[in-house]
Design a binder for this molecule. Structure first.
Ligand SMILES: Nc1nc2c(ncn2[C@@H]2O[C@H](COP(=O)(O)OP(=O)(O)OP(=O)(O)O)[C@@H](O)[C@H]2O)c(=O)[nH]1
Ligand SMILES: [Zn+2]
Length: 350
């Protein structure tokens, strides 16, 4: 196994692996990257910056980048980004239509909620949708198991299963360590996970828990690791002692919906299935006769809250799409403006 593989790299003979590295943190144009052996502080090449069209073209935590290493100085220059397997975006600050990339190449998304507060099922639905949109696999984590009664735990798991259909749910305690091993079965070595969840649900405590025991256990093996891999806790992409990676970026809290047609279908499979039973294929599920959705609502088979949440997310997505269409049109316009200006200029000097 080469060093890159320890960061989750899959061997690719079409790429010169000597010049590949992964982005661990991003801070004001400085990228801390690793090739699995050494870390480098990298900047973007001039050509890269010139070619970038939007903020999505810039590297994010988790990206694989093509670099030129200056080994002696532990510095590097980033020339390009390798194709992303998945990506999380949010709205760029100060720009209502531009997406900004928060993290890339995430395999598993942990949707973290705490058992000692009211479970917000609507938020879970939203996060499930986001996970599917990004291209990652969702897992729901219920924290602070030590503070909840068996009854509360069972009830919480059952209600999450209802809104997160077919998605694993794990109840854990970072204090008693209950459930931690089960959680790790969803994050195998060389895979990259990300934590999604509100403030205070226990994400940092979980990361610490994931480090502690393993650090003890693996200490003898990695004691001579002069890079101090186990003590660095300020990174955004953590290299866990199990060999897996975990991303906890603050930006993950402001994730936005982007264009999730198929993600909606995956998230609301129950409703999509009911819709197939409506008499009219363009049924709006309000007053139409033979509406299977209304029937399920009346019979309590589908909860009103979940249906409203579905509606709300649908509206939001439609809004996002309109915004993006508008943006595309404006860009097209300004492109033509530039071209005609350019032509006028040429004309003058001819
Ligand atoms: N009883 C109990 N308390 C926990 C557990 N995990 C976290 N806590 C407590 O919950 C509080 C918040 O935990 P954090 O890990 O800081 O939460 P966070 O999600 O990282 O919060 P932000 O960093 O603000 O996003 C702290 O007081 C923790 O000690 C747990 O498993 N059991
Ligand atoms: Zn209907």
């Amino acid at each position: 196994m080469n060093n890159l593989e320890s960061l989750g790299w899959k061997t690719d003979s079409t790429i010169n692996e000597e010049s590949v590295a992964r982005v661990l943190t991003v801070q004001k144009g400085i990228y801390r990257i690793s090739d699995g052996e050494l870390e480098y502080l990298a900047t973007l090449s001039g050509k890269f910056i010139n070619n970038a069209q939007s903020s999505l073209d810039f590297p994010a935590v988790g990206d694989w980048v093509e670099v030129q290493k200056l080994v002696d100085e532990k510095k590097a220059i980033i020339n390009g980004i390798l194709p992303r397997k998945s990506q999380f975006t949010r709205q760029a600050a100060g720009n209502k239509t531009e997406a900004q990339i928060v993290a890339a190449n995430i395999d598993i998304v942990f949707i973290v909620n705490s058992l000692n507060h009211d479970l917000n099922l609507r938020r879970i639905e939203r996060y499930v949708l986001l996970a599917y949109e990004s291209g990652a696999t969702p897992v729901v984590v219920l924290t602070k198991k030590d503070e909840a009664s068996t009854e509360v735990i069972e009830e919480a798991i059952a209600s999450v299963h209802e809104v997160a259909i077919g998605i694993p749910v794990v109840a854990i305690s970072s204090i008693t360590r209950e459930g931690i091993d089960e959680l790790l079965t969803y994050l195998p070595a060389f895979k990259t996970g990300a934590l999604l969840g509100s403030s205070g649900v226990g994400k940092s405590t979980l990361i610490n828990a994931l480090f502690e025991r393993e650090v003890q256990e693996t200490k003898s093996i990695r004691e001579d690791d002069s890079k101090g891999r186990h003590t660095t806790t300020h990174r955004e992409m953590f290299l866990l002692p199990t060999g897996a990676m975990l991303i906890d970026t603050p930006g993950m809290r402001e994730l936005q919906l982007w264009e999730g047609e198929s993600a909606m279908e995956a998230t609301f499979q129950d409703i999509e299935q009911l819709e197939d039973g409506c008499r009219f294929s363009d049924c709006k599920h309000s007053t139409e006769p033979g509406c299977r959705v209304q029937e399920a609502l009346a019979e309590g088979e589908l909860s009103e809250e979940r249906f409203q949440s579905y509606r709300k997310l649908q509206r939001e997505l439609a809004f996002e799409r309109r915004k993006q269409d508008m943006k595309a049109k404006l860009e097209e316009k300004s492109k033509w403006k530039k071209i005609s200006k350019h032509q006028k200029k040429h004309y003058k000097y001819k």
